[in-house]
Design a protein around this ligand. Structure first.
Ligand SMILES: [Zn+2]
Ligand SMILES: [Zn+2]
Length: 302
């Protein structure tokens, strides 16, 4: 019915624009409907497979980590990239990459893969709704899942720092790196990996999200988790775009790896503010320069 090659997946959008009935369309149909119809008609079996969430999570993780790994390998010779690093003096070595990759591969082979096969064997295929979610439902769903995940991880994380036995048994491995880098995101104990995977799976179900919202949340969650550990403070990163410091992002999680009793929240800042675990952050030379220029410009205006 729809085919990307002949761009027929975009035909309903083109028709709406040609007929100039955009307002009516927005009120009566979801803008995601043509995309959802295309996915259902062309990739139904893949979408319904219990293995699908695992495949998209793992492939997103490897794709985002590889992107940052290329930056890390270029950074020592490229000052333009180094300017955006929170720790420009720290270089990621091949030894760090192999060590974290080996551990990630081991965790996936021993824990994630058998769990995925078990799901595939015992869980019936996921039913696919005919209607796509409204764009507002889709965005609110992703925001809701992110807020819920942030709450769950904050308290899990705080407990695993406050209780000595929990820290040494389950969480200390993740703190082997003082300055985190992309592949250290899933340098975790099996218990932490299972906890994080469980919330990512269960949160869209708790909030009764559409499965398109659920899949997108999984991809988004992996992306922001890797971004937290990337060690880069780009001006276009979420923590520099979302106002009032509401989003902690890379700069706050980076501080957590140096001051482990602060910044327990993975994404937002509100739990750290409310529970008094917030502290000052280190910025990249590029962002510091930008902030100084802005401050000078506003002082000159006054
Ligand atoms: Zn971390
Ligand atoms: Zn920690």
């Amino acid at each position: 019915m729809y085919s990307v090659g002949s761009s027929r997946v975009f035909d309903p959008y083109v028709q709406v624009i040609q007929n100039a009935n955009i307002t009516q369309y927005i009120w009566t149909k979801s803008l995601l409907q043509p995309l959802w119809d295309y996915l259902r008609s062309q990739h139904q079996d893949a979408l319904r497979s219990p293995l699908f969430p695992v495949v998209i999570s793992v492939s997103t993780y490897f794709a985002v980590c590889t992107f940052y790994m290329i930056l890390d390998l270029l950074a020592p010779r490229c000052p333009l990239i180094r300017r955006y690093k929170i720790h420009p003096e720290q270089h990621v070595t091949w030894e760090d990459i192999f060590k974290t990759l080996w551990h990630t591969g081991y965790n996936h082979l021993i824990y994630v893969f058998p769990a995925a096969v078990g799901q595939w064997y015992w869980r019936p295929p996921i039913p696919l709704q005919e209607e796509a979610p409204l764009v507002s439902e889709f965005l609110i769903g992703i925001l809701g899942c992110t807020i819920l995940f942030d709450f769950q991880y904050y308290f899990w994380h705080m407990m695993h720092h406050k209780v000595r036995w929990l820290y040494t048994t389950f969480h200390a491995i993740h703190h082997e790196y003082y300055a985190p880098f992309s592949w250290s995101t899933q340098y975790l104990s099996a218990w932490e990996l299972v906890s994080v995977g469980f919330w990512t799976t269960i949160d869209p179900i708790i909030l009764q999200c559409h499965c398109l919202t659920g899949f997108t949340f999984m991809v988004f969650n992996i992306w922001i988790s890797v971004d937290d550990h990337s060690g880069y403070d780009f001006p276009w990163a979420l923590h520099n775009l979302i106002p009032f410091g509401l989003w902690g992002g890379t700069v706050k999680h980076d501080v957590h790896h140096q001051k482990p009793q602060s910044h327990f929240a993975p994404f937002f800042s509100h739990w750290d503010w409310l529970c008094g675990t917030h502290c000052e952050c280190k910025r990249s030379p590029a962002v510091l320069e930008m902030q100084t220029k802005r401050r000078k410009a506003s002082e000159d205006q006054n």
